[in-house]
Structure formats: C-alpha cells, structure tokens
Ligand binder design. Sequence first.
Ligand code: EPU
Length: 418
Amino acid sequence: MDKFAITGGTALQGEIPVNGSKNSALPALAAALLTAEPVTLRRIPRVRDIRTMQRLLVDIGTKVDADGDTVTLRTPRIVCAEAPYELVKTMRASSLVLGPLVARCGRARVSLPGGCAIGARPINLHIFGLEKLGARINQAHGYIEAEAAEGLRGAMVQFDRITVTGTEDLMMAAVLAKGETVLRNAAREPEVSDLADLLTKMGAKIEGSGTSTIRIQGVEALHGAEHAIIPDRIEAGTFLIAGAITGGDVAITGCVPEHIGALVSKLQQAGADVTQPDAGTLRVRGAGRLRSVDVTTEEYPGFATDLQAQYMALMTQAEGIAIVTETIFENRFMHAPELARMGANIRIEGRQAMVAGPRELTGAGVIASDLRASASLVLAALAARGETVIDRVYHIDRGYDRIEEKLARAGAKIRRVE
Ligand code: EPU
C-alpha cells in the first residue's frame, strides 16, 4: 500500500491546475448507457473512481476508448444490466447506473451499497423515485432489482431530503420516460447542472437544473454527443487551502470561482488574501495570522461537506475556536483524531467539532480513512514541523489525480513511498 512522506514548513508558490470534476464525470459516464451512439467526454480526471466506473460500464456492455483525458463510450446493447457488490462496495457512485439501465432496457440489478467510512449512505431515495416512475422494485440478497418492462412513466418526485446522485440517477431515468417528470427538492450542485447539459446535448428535454425544481419531458431516444466536464471544485478548494495553510502564494488555474464561493468567503473572513485575477483563476496569499471562523456544511451553494475536513486542518492554524458543524453525513470527522496525533486541539460533540488554535503541528504517522479525510491530512502535513507519513493513500487516489506531483511542483516536499 502506498504512503506519502511529507516534510512540512514550505510556503507553496506558483500555479496549480485543476482537473475535470470526478463527481461530474461519474454520472456523465453512466449517462453514456442511455444511447447506442458514441458519447465523447473530455476532461475526464485520471482517478481511481473513474477507472472503477469504466470497469463497471465495460461489464455492462460499453466499449470504452480513452485517449489522454478524452473518453469515448459506445454501448450498442446492454449485455448485463447489473452492478455487482464487488464494485459497489468500493464505490457507492456505482448506483448511478440504476436509472440509466432501467430507462434503456427496462431492468437493472444493483447491489445495495451498505455503510462506509463517512456514514450510512442509503439509496432509498433513488428507489423511491424510480418507483414513482413506475418501476417495480424487489430487494433480495443485498441487491435491488428494478423492472419496468413497459418503460418508465413521468411523475412528480418530491425528495424528502436533498440527494446529489439521487437527483442525477432520477434525471437519467426520466429522460426516456413517457411524459413529464418533475423533481422537487432536487440537488442544485454544479455537477447536476453539468449532467443536465450533457443530457441536453444528447437530445433530452430538461429545464430548471441548478434550481430545486427540475422538469424533464421524456423523449423517444437519445443520440451521441460530445461534452467537456466542468472543473473539479473540491480539488480547487483543496489547493486553495494548501496555499493558505502554508502561508504561500498560489494561483489555482482552470477553475470556476463561483463554484467555491462559500469557501472563498470563509477564507477571506479568516484573513487569507483571495483574489480572482481572471475568470478561471483564484489566487491565495497567506497573510500572516489566520482567525478562526465557524463553518456549517450545507448543500450547494452552501459550504461543501467535501471541503469540511480540509477546512478543519486549516482551522488548527487559526487564532481562536472554530466550530465546524457537519450536517450532511453523520460520521465525517474521522480525520479529527489523526489531526490530534499531529498536535491539533479538537473536541467532537455529536455533529460539531471545536477546533482550538493556533497549535503547532508536528509530523507523525497517520492513517487516511476516506478521500477527503486524506486530503486534510496532506494539508496538515504541509504545515507541520518535521515529517508526516500518511498510510493508505489509495483513498486519496480515488479522487485526486497525482496530488503529490501537483503539490511538489508548487514546492511541497512530498513523495510517494510504494
Ligand atoms: N441520503 C439518503 N437516502 C438516499 C440518498 C442520500 O438518506 O437515497 C442521505 C445521505 O445518507 C446523506 C445525504 O442524504 O446523509 C446526502 O447524500 P447524497 O445522496 O447527496 O450524497 P451522494 O450523492 O451519495 C455525492 C458526492 C459525495 C458528496 C455528497 C454530498 C458523488 C459521486 N458523490 O454523494 O462526494 O459528499 O454528494 O455533497 O457525487 C466525495 O467526493 O468525497 C464524496 C463523498
């Protein structure tokens, strides 16, 4: 298992480019199942979750051709409408094939995900929505079997709570349903809008993406299309915090600044100097002492849960007490005890973490528990005195494309130990 060895204390300098978004690329790849024609996707990030999704699609019957960060997918027919446990347990986003499979071939068999490091993560809302669209659902042996032999019918789906992949899954199911589907309390994340843009290019009729009510008029068939995935806002936010935590001067290029408005606002309140030199660049300069600023995670456009761990690492270096409240996942503080091993002063009470700073961090051996928790440990290590060794960095490889190379180019002393 690979590890990262990081010697902290260097202020990062220079430009760090951002990849295409992992969480946008995953549903886009699944959307290719909706047509027999080729779908070409550009800016697909080279991360492990994407390879997992491609493996799943190949088993389902897709021919996948990759050329750099461009991937072309052709699915002349569905060979096996199934997402097996072996893949779903390693990546919950595998359930994104449920909606497209039922829409394309009238049936799907998808393993239930089970719990994971950050929470229970059920898919009951995906299932609820599909039932509304007329699918018959049967659950047995840890699998969901969905069937709609006569095809899906448009319906009103009111989500009990906001779900990102649930909204995406239902949108993909509804594009080929008969009649109109209205998704209420839908997720407004940029990744949902990006998927709607791709589906529209494929011939779907979708209105209201980016708002909480999405209207979809079903069409007979979709066709091939070409689409470039939006930049990864979580990767951009992680690098922004890397600049701030090391007191450096870093330009994050190829990003969409509006997508991380909530983080930028918190960084500015904390005293970091964040500017936008051009439409696709954010520059962060560490400006002396940071102040503690509370944060509560929310659905978009609120502060992203996927940046909470990284922000907590930053708050260990800020003056005062920051209260970090996690509202999306019930168990997303696994990084806190690891940060504490490095010297952080963090007290957890239920869904809140009290971070008292500034504390001098010192290098230590720590373990990555999930994707974003690993990113927070990397950030803490960049600010720590001495060497930190992070074990199980396969978690970080799920969602960051060679993060160590990007950070090293900006001056970080980081190396991968195989
Ligand atoms: N939920 C339900 N029932 C459902 C679906 C969700 O109760 O059927 C609950 C979840 O348990 C959670 C909340 O609703 O408490 C929100 O979950 P959501 O469905 O929005 O999460 P997701 O779609 O599974 C995506 C991202 C996550 C990100 C969350 C929240 C992808 C592939 N994953 O997950 O990304 O944290 O939205 O923004 O888009 C990551 O990249 O590290 C990551 C975990």
